[in-house]
Design a protein around this ligand. Structure first.
Ligand SMILES: [Zn+2]
Length: 191
């Protein structure tokens, strides 16, 4: 069993990146972190504000995975300069839609309160909507490590790894490959 990887760059700023990275397929990724409702409830407790009512913490894993997949498709399209896939856009927008209850007080101020507790999936979708509409979306990259496809926010141009851990382990792997080739070449030259 692997320990939870360190968060990818940008996960602290965008809930969407943290969510998308629970579903990656790379061996270093965290592909099995949110496999069922219990794991999802634990993830939600870790990532959404503690003030959220307990009833709202329950979330459907299918809905969560669908929003994550759609967000990843949209971010990948933005990264490639491709048009946004319409179905993914609809999925995220629909999940973010949340009925608000309008009320007016004696001072004639408009007050909008959620008509029901906002679910973690709606919260995630709202974060994805904000991320996609922001300048950060075009700086989201996929990790350059061969066995990691986590997404991260490229906050400077030379950053190509999702985390320091991926950078360290890939550099070590390259060093080992270089050493192996240095040892292998003289051996091949023997008559
Ligand atoms: Zn990585």
């Amino acid at each position: 069993m692997t320990s939870a990887p360190e968060p990818a760059h940008g996960e602290e700023r965008w809930l969407t990146l943290a969510a998308v990275n629970t579903l990656v397929s790379g061996t270093f990724g965290s592909s099995d972190r949110v496999t069922d409702e219990t794991a999802l409830a634990a993830w939600v407790r870790e990532h959404v504000p503690p003030a959220m009512p307990a009833s709202a913490v329950r979330a459907s894993r299918e809905e969560f995975a669908a929003v994550c997949t759609a967000a990843r498709e949209l971010l990948s399209a933005i990264g490639m300069g491709a048009p946004l896939p319409a179905a993914a856009l609809r999925r995220v927008n629909r999940a973010a839609a949340h009925p608000m209850h309008p009320a007016v007080n004696a001072a004639r101020e408009l007050q909008l309160t959620p008509a029901r507790p906002v679910s973690p999936v709606a919260m995630l979708a709202a974060d994805a909507v904000r991320l996609i509409a922001s300048g950060d979306a075009s700086r989201v990259r996929t990790c350059a490590a061969v066995d990691c496809d986590r997404m991260f926010l490229q906050d400077h141009r030379r950053r190509i790894w999702c985390s320091a851990r991926c950078g360290t382990r890939m550099r070590a792997r390259r060093r080992a490959a270089r050493l192996r080739s240095q040892v292998a070449v003289p051996a091949q030259r023997r008559p």
